[in-house]
Ligand binder design. Structure first.
Ligand SMILES: Cc1cc2nc3c(=O)[nH]c(=O)nc-3n(C[C@H](O)[C@H](O)[C@H](O)COP(=O)(O)OP(=O)(O)OC[C@H]3O[C@@H](n4cnc5c(N)ncnc54)[C@H](O)[C@@H]3O)c2cc1C
Length: 374
């Protein structure tokens, strides 16, 4: 049986950030990533000013990451539009670019990345791979993101869960002029569609939509888009200018609002496996990176046995952003709250900045302990 001190399950932002921080301290962690090639994970592609600072701390070069500059948020609902400046400069960037750079950095610093290998199940002290092999580990950093690992799955959301849908739209000049330097949020009954431009001029259309709403469209995302365009002239205009569109990627039953408050000894839950912030906030990647940095620091200082301490600290740190994003998302999905959204943003532009601040996770301390104490 193979053995390693630190095993990282998943090479997304949370896993890669952990590997970078461990490598920086001289520990070559083993990252197991099921995809052979880095692709475009389902994500809105919005990275806030705070996330950009976190990427700086991980040694990710801003110029190489580039990204499309985003200075404002534009909200649409019921034929109305509200626009406000963001408190700092954000970017729109593809996950292929972001994840590729993070993993390359981890590897360059000495991390071992095994790609094209899926973890079948995990338990404290070991993981079983899809080919039946077992790897024993002192610490398991669970960073499989939107996908649960058998043995350590998150509770499934009940009722009418949200689904994630995403499609890339090839560069189109008229669409680019319409969207410009904004992150657009098109609110509709049962969800929202986020639209922004990315580093290569392509656009990213990403939606969180209730299962029942997709069912009204016969379960067909293309039909759903036709229905949404019929409800919203602004969305219709944008879709009319979308030339080449790729197929939709989809993810089912996103457990928005869920947070891990505890964990088994030796297991550190990171990113979406620790806290799932409503995606409207555009903070999932920020939480993923910060949780990875905090977990690496905690393990280096405390070892694997009291990982529950780390989990509680992380749960406390994610409580406010997740709760506030949940309140905003819930309000945006009511008959009164939805049309009020653009009006509130237009009348009180400071509100957008306030909410943008309140839904960010505080930066990871640079001290060895996750809570910043020595
Ligand atoms: C609709 C929607 C829109 C969003 N928009 C934004 C946004 O604009 N901005 C933002 O910051 N956040 C956004 N998010 C959230 C963001 O995508 C996640 O929070 C973030 O990707 C979490 O990072 P992670 O590293 O935890 O997981 P992931 O990014 O999901 O990475 C997990 C990695 O683990 C790998 N993996 C999974 N299972 C296994 C296995 N069994 N074995 C080996 N490897 C495995 C996967 O291939 C993947 O590489 C959005 C989410 C949704 C659903």
């Amino acid at each position: 049986m193979r053995r390693t001190a630190a095993l990282i399950a998943g090479g997304g932002p949370a896993g890669a950030a952990t590997a970078i921080m461990l490598a920086r301290a001289g520990h070559a962690a083993l990252v197991i990533e099921r995809h052979r090639e880095t692709g475009d994970a389902l994500c809105g592609g919005f990275l806030s000013w705070r996330t950009r600072d976190t990427l700086d701390r991980l040694g990710i070069d801003r110029t190489t990451l580039s990204g499309h500059a985003i200075a404002r948020v534009r909200v649409f609902a019921n034929g109305r539009t509200g626009e406000a400046r963001l408190p700092g400069e954000a970017i729109g960037v593809s996950r292929r670019r972001l994840d590729g750079m993070l993993l390359a950095r981890a590897e360059a610093m000495g991390g071992a990345i095994e790609r094209g290998v899926a973890i079948r199940s995990a338990a404290p002290g070991s993981v079983e791979l899809a080919d039946g092999a077992t790897i024993a580990c002192e610490a398991l950093f669970l960073a499989t993101g939107k996908h649960d690992c058998r043995g350590l799955a998150r509770p499934r959301p009940q009722g009418d869960p949200a689904l994630g849908l995403r499609r890339r739209i090839a560069p189109a000049p008229q669409l680019s002029r319409l969207v410009g330097d904004a992150i657009e949020l098109h609110l509709f009954r049962g969800g929202y569609a986020g639209l922004l431009l990315q580093e290569d001029g392509s656009a990213n259309l990403c939606m969180a939509v209730r299962k029942s709403r997709l069912a009204e469209a016969g379960g067909d995302p293309e039909r759903l888009m036709v229905m949404l365009a019929a409800e919203s002239p602004a969305l219709a205009e944008r879709l009319a200018h979308a030339g080449g569109t790729a197929a939709f990627d989809a993810i089912g039953s996103v457990p928005y609002g869920w947070r891990a408050r505890d964990t088994e000894p030796g297991i550190f839950r990171l990113g979406d496996q620790a806290a799932v912030i409503p995606s409207l906030a555009g903070e999932g990647v920020g939480i993923a990176l910060t949780s990875g940095m905090m977990a690496a620091a905690h393990w280096l200082r405390e070892g694997a046995a009291n990982s529950a301490d780390f989990q509680r600290i992380l749960a406390t740190r994610t409580a406010r952003p997740v709760r506030i994003a949940g309140l905003v998302a819930a309000a945006a999905d009511t008959r009164i709250g939805r049309p009020a959204g653009p009006i509130a943003i237009a009348v009180m532009p400071g509100l957008a900045a306030l909410l943008a601040y309140a839904t960010r996770i505080a930066a990871a301390p640079l001290t060895a302990r996750a809570d910043g104490t020595r």
